[in-house]
Design a protein around this ligand. Structure first.
Ligand SMILES: [Zn+2]
Length: 285
């Protein structure tokens, strides 16, 4: 097992920020905090980079609360993370956007996909409407390797064009930055441990609180990457550098996103997934 070196880890992330020009003067960056190790690490290091390099930009953390079943201790922990990172935290509730988790959970469709639709939608809309120039997420290298393999298996080749540390925004789609693109989930865990940044160690999927079943297959993918990394040094870095190159050439033939006929937000269908859920939630009452 490779030993964790905090300086090497930090250097890797700072290099990603500068090489891919993730931060520019005058930026207003929103970062979604979930209470987990990944978004916590991204927030801490982005904040540190801005301070160290004296970049004139604003970093704001935000949290999207799915409902009242989210324990207070999780909200408190997120507040503590933002405090340690020295950034302002804004909390939003999906109810205020007209969507109700308990209604969505009862629909006859996979809850993980509904939850993903809601979060993706609001994580783009909220920052943009508040004047953000970019959205930062805590997705890390292992996430992108797994996304990559899944998209290859599903033959969704065009999606691969999005797998890069800096995904430029188009129309109402905010630009995305992923400072953790070249590090793994385990590294983020070690980093939080070393600097004393608290995080939720368990799966932060809300189903844990609603006592429903979660898909365990995801975890197997992550274990597989860990196994390969044991006998193939720098597997993650080399693999991801290849993915970035592939993404670059694929992005040349991507069409502009459409606008939802109801809400005007970006989508690749006539009606976006969020508006579909909005309609469905009241039909099942
Ligand atoms: Zn819509």
């Amino acid at each position: 097992m490779k030993k964790f070196h905090i300086e090497t880890y930090k250097k890797k992330i700072f290099k990603t920020i500068s090489k891919y020009e993730l931060l520019e003067e005058g930026d207003k960056i929103y970062i979604g905090l979930s209470g987990g190790k990944d978004s916590g690490s991204a927030c801490f290091l982005l904040s540190e980079y801005i301070r160290e390099k004296k970049i004139n930009c604003i970093l704001i953390a935000f949290y999207i609360k799915l409902g009242d079943f989210i324990p207070v201790k999780i909200i408190d922990l997120i507040k503590k993370q933002a405090d340690i990172c020295n950034v302002e935290l804004k909390i939003y509730d999906i109810k205020d956007f007209g969507i109700y988790y308990d209604k969505i959970a009862k629909l006859n469709r996979p809850i993980c996909s509904s939850c993903g639709t809601i979060k993706r939608y609001l994580m783009n809309k909220i920052p943009r409407e508040n004047g953000a120039t970019k959205l930062c997420t805590g997705h890390h290298g292992d996430d992108f390797i797994v996304f990559f393999i899944k998209n290859i298996l599903g033959k969704n080749i065009n999606w691969i064009s999005k797998f890069t540390p800096y995904l430029k925004g188009r129309e109402k789609q905010l630009s995305r930055i992923r400072p953790l693109f070249f590090v793994g989930g385990e590294d983020n865990k070690n980093f939080c441990g070393e600097i004393g940044l608290p995080y939720i160690d368990e799966d932060i999927c809300p189903h844990r609180f609603l006592k429903q079943k979660i898909d365990k297959r995801r975890e197997k993918w992550y274990q597989t990457i860990k196994e390969i990394s044991k006998w193939q040094p720098n597997f993650r870095e080399y693999f991801l550098e290849g993915v970035v190159e592939l993404a670059k050439s694929l992005s040349l033939n991507i069409s502009e996103p459409e606008s939802c006929e109801i809400c005007g937000e970006p989508t690749n269908k006539k009606i976006c997934g969020f508006c579909k859920l909005m309609n469905l939630q009241f039909k099942n009452v």
